[in-house]
Write a protein that binds this ligand. Sequence first.
Ligand SMILES: NC(=O)c1ccc[n+]([C@@H]2O[C@H](COP(=O)([O-])OP(=O)(O)OC[C@H]3O[C@@H](n4cnc5c(N)ncnc54)[C@H](OP(=O)(O)O)[C@@H]3O)[C@@H](O)[C@H]2O)c1
Length: 231
Amino acid sequence: MSLITQPFKALIIGSSGAIGSAFVDVLQNTPNCTEVIGIHRHSTISIDYQNPDSIAQAAVALAGHGTFQLIINTIGVLHSEKWMPEKRLESLNFDQLTEQFNINTIGPALTIKSFSRLLDPKYAMMVTLSARAGSIEDNQLGGWYSYRASKAALNMIIKTAAIELRRTKPNVALIAMHPGMVNSSLSKPYGGESMGQSPKAAAQQMLDVVKNLSIEQSGSFISHENEILTW
Ligand SMILES: NC(=O)c1ccc[n+]([C@@H]2O[C@H](COP(=O)([O-])OP(=O)(O)OC[C@H]3O[C@@H](n4cnc5c(N)ncnc54)[C@H](OP(=O)(O)O)[C@@H]3O)[C@@H](O)[C@H]2O)c1
């Protein structure tokens, strides 16, 4: 079974963002996607990683919509009004580390916990956007301490949960996905505007990869170009 051949329902978490909103657009024009729901901080059913209770509440509120065959979580943060990615050890600070881990690791982990019960036990994929910058082996440049560490920890959560679900929900896959460099407010200060691809092209490319994944690939770290990335 795959998402190419069967009708499927999709849920996009973080649908206010560049990549999240592009996923909604692309899925609305995907013939066998019968329904796509997007949620974000300000949607009717809202999810805010600064308020962890909102995660379980959103999952409960969505339960009436039945199960989903595809859930994609795009929430993530790299910089804020108060801080930019750290270039040196000297720049490490408690607030930035805490916020990056809250939004890039703890929020997505609790989302996997609460939203996995919305996945169709007969066949479903839950994709969480990670980043190649979170690969420990691929880290050649250093810097970006809290972003890299929070995405590396996210990858471990996904891998660990995938092992558990292989036993309890054998037809459900969890995937960590790197979207490539995409033009968005997240990447803009780092060349995303000139070097990144459009959110729509990235969403289409990732969807094409996801549609061809098998359940056996659960617990993998995969790029928008279908490359298996090292942890
Ligand atoms: N763009 C790239 O080049 C690139 C590269 C590698 C990985 N990624 C990953 O791809 C994902 C999407 O990035 P993007 O480029 O689409 O960035 P974006 O346009 O800035 O979107 C980020 C999303 O995260 C949401 N968000 C931020 N803080 C939140 C919080 N506390 N609670 C709930 N939602 C929150 C934003 O909601 P609001 O609209 O309410 O702020 C928005 O929906 C991220 O996980 C990022 O790490 C992106």
